[in-house]
Design a protein. Sequence first.
Length: 477
Amino acid sequence: MTGSSAPLDLAIRGGTVATAADTMRCDVGVRDGRIVALGDDVGPAARTIDAAGLLVLPGGIDSHVHLDQFQGEGIAMADGFRSGTVSAAAGGNTTVIAFALQRRGESLRAAVADYHAKARGEALVDYGFHLIVTDPTPGVLGQELPALVKDGYPSFKVFMTYDDMVLTDRQLLDVFDVARRENALVMVHAEGFDSIRFMADRLEAEGRTEPASHAASRPEVVEREATHRAIALAELAGIPIMVVHVSGREAIEQIEWARRRGLTVHAETCPQYLVLTAADLDRPGTEGAKFVCSPPPRDAESQAAVWRGLAGGTFQTFSSDHCPFRYDDAAGKTGPKARASFRAVPNGIPGVAARLPILFSEGVVKGRITLQDFVALTATNHAKLYGLYPRKGSIAIGADADIALWDPERRVTITQDLMHHGSDYTPYEGLEVTGWPVTTMVRGRVVFDGGRVVAEAGYGAFLPRETSGRRASPEAG
């Protein structure tokens, strides 16, 4: 309970509060945007929300979203920071961490300034930035990266594929060495560049240019090899890493092998690897382009392996990898080049609004994971790994009042109009889920309620984050 006798700004009464450790029936008291009281009766408040019959959960933290990110000439991403964060709030999320992409030949510091300009005055929920390092020049490695880590950007992503992003093994080691010195966390997109080029060239030579060939060009062995290589390079450099968007059994085996050897390898997976398969890319005509992402969805066996990993601790975080494009658009999934070959289909799918309902329904409701697992995988572990805990990620005295109220029994069929994103489709169209976020509040203010935005764009605040030297472990607490 709070020690102050001043009335609360807000009391959430009668709900069931869940954290990564406990579930309890209690009221939540909020003052000045923070949680100041938990108990049977938190006292008088200027405003009361009746949460009877609802779950009171920490707002989701989606630590892997792409917004307003350059994709190449003639390609347009469907979400900027306004529509992307509205979609996040619609799905029960209160924080997103997007990416500030360094284009080759560009200053990393200039890239960060550019993304701040894109986000300023636009975001509905709180946000931070990971850095994407594509050009690790001596100036970037020796000056910009260390300074940016100290300024609140303690995580950066590197790519082992894509023409304009791939780093050599030596470049990866150079970036890893900066992370070691600065206590930063490196996120790795683990797919082998040359292996994919070899497979894609062969498929095109055979006349196989349809969207399904995207999955055929990136079989699990490509992800497995790169995951093993990333782990080996991280061991050599002496750092932990985060392997992002792990799609299936073979990469999981590499991560579990590394942990048995005592290495610290964190792992993330996404909803597309739970409810989509490679068969979705083989839909008639260009329909399969809606499901093109990397790594691609796999098969039922790999889906089962991902579920085992979610329940058994292989994965620390569950993110959306929200990377939205429009389908019926010359700058999107069905542009002239995309129709000619799978290699030109913009790579990514929308999912920030669907992430939490899919995991809640398929995981908690169906008994695959516990409610505590759900909170850890969608909020608490993100905060701990990425330097936002204890301010974010839990319902506790002193934490920001980032809260999502859930109706655990509400049955919903996912449709495009429920996603509130800039894309013109959802890959999860028609999926029936049980459990839905009905109210989302950021720092004690309701921003999305009853299917509509109720706060102004720009309410979301930028979040500088802590380095790993002060970062809580996801295994703690």
